[in-house]
Design a protein around this ligand. Sequence first.
Ligand code: SAH
Ligand code: DHB
Ligand code: MG
Length: 217
Amino acid sequence: MADTSSRAGGVYFSPEILQWTAATHAAHDPALAAAFDAPDKAGMPRIQVGPSEGKLLHLLLRLCGAKKVVEVGTLAGYSAVHLARALPDDGRLWTVEADARHAEVARQVLRDAGLASKVEVLVGRGAEVLPTLERHGPFCAVFIDADKESYDVYGRWAARHTRPGGLLLGDNAFLFGELLGATPRAEVMRRFHQEARAAYDTVCIPTPDGLLVGVKR
Ligand code: SAH
Ligand code: DHB
Ligand code: MG
């Protein structure tokens, strides 16, 4: 964001530039490639984070020395591989997935990546499962990437159970371009941004989908 055009919302990336920079900085090893391909192979939606966003999540966890992390919305475990690989040997990732079939695919992906001992895949809706994790808190980071209708609930839970200096990470913070709309879920997403701002030092990184990043005060 550095000149009149980009300040006004123009972007300088093209599909080719995104592909080249991802290949340069966020190339897949075999386990990441398998995790990335798993949704398509299993007939699941291809809605995992992009390689550059996944790498960013990984680096952010390393920067804050994260040991205990919660993810809401596992899909096939691609983001979970990035998150879990940032953890020390005694670190742990709890990842929550409403769809039992998605969770089963993710467990296999995480086993194949050699991460099964660090990651617990929990089946259930975020709003019901998160309270069962509270005894493990406070957490170092919470990554929110599940149903967009519940981001406010997840964000509030995260603020209550994240240590000072810990991270809030929220994918799809632009809500597919609907963030400023009049729909109920747009109101939910705006509330998520505003409540995050109240409990964390925040920024919304203009990744293609918008990534909200907060550091807990
Ligand atoms: N974080 C994943 C992508 C998640 S896609 C990655 O980047 O690899 C969103 C996932 O959230 C889907 O698998 C969907 O089944 C799940 N989901 C939807 N509603 C949910 C809910 N209420 N609680 C938990 N998971 C939910
Ligand atoms: C959808 C969900 C996501 O988390 C995402 O990054 C893209 C799409 C979806 O539900 O369609
Ligand atoms: Mg997402």
